[in-house]
Design a protein around this ligand. Sequence first.
Ligand code: SF4
Length: 285
Amino acid sequence: ADLKGKVDPDWCPGCGDYGVLAAVQKALVDLQIPNHEVATISGIGCSSNFPGFINTYGMHTLHGRSLAVATGFKMANHGMTVLVTGGDGDGFGIGGNHFTHTMRRNVDLLYIVMDNQIYGLTTGQTSPTSRRGMKTKSMPFGNLESPINPISMALAAGATFVARGFSGEQKHLTELIKQGIQHKGFSFLDVFSPCVTYNHDNTYQWFRPRVKKLEDDASYDATNWLGAMERSLEWGDEIPIGKFFERDDVPTLHGAEPVLQTGPLVHQEMRVPAEAAKGFIEELM
Ligand code: SF4
């Protein structure tokens, strides 16, 4: 194979993000989606380096702004499969407002958060999902704040596909990614992706005996929003992973936009006379 230009991930050995990268690659191959029909968009953080390590179109944007850029991308060319990748600090802290509004708009993309419950790139500060009492560089006597619950938040904000994976469960994670890509609407996938360097509480060894797949519970109904909300609150000796919720009766943002019914914007004729557009562009520059 021609490996010219290939960039290997520079994550620490054992970082959970390797598992997510492998699962995304496998999902795209399984679904036979050509690379040139995929865009991977990220913010800032260890996991946000993701677009540099996968052979798709990619944009490494500003801290917390990946969902805003991805929304613009999807509205400009809704023929593309759009993946958004990042961490818990980037997505739930700096980008918390975009998280809420992109979900209620039902933008058709898959948002994968590599949730390691700490800021890794900046060397180990408390993040929005760090557990109460956890000792970090920024809170050496223990975290005084309660963590957010990304699954409950996604359900409350109207996300139409909500799931949780674990990078130590590759096959299961790959299936969730495939389902998230195929879902028509906003798909949220929170992935326990251990930071082996800075989070010594929530390790692979800590998660492994606790994670329980919702798919193994025959009575679980992923169309029941209230049931999903209830299960999202579970945290302790057993922590559910899998698909919490899915509905397909909400129009996507691009599906609801009349201008886009004749095809992606990038393939449409400009509706402004070329001369007028030229003047406008010059004015902006
Ligand atoms: Fe992964 Fe943590 Fe290393 Fe960042 S610091 S690459 S999150 S293990």
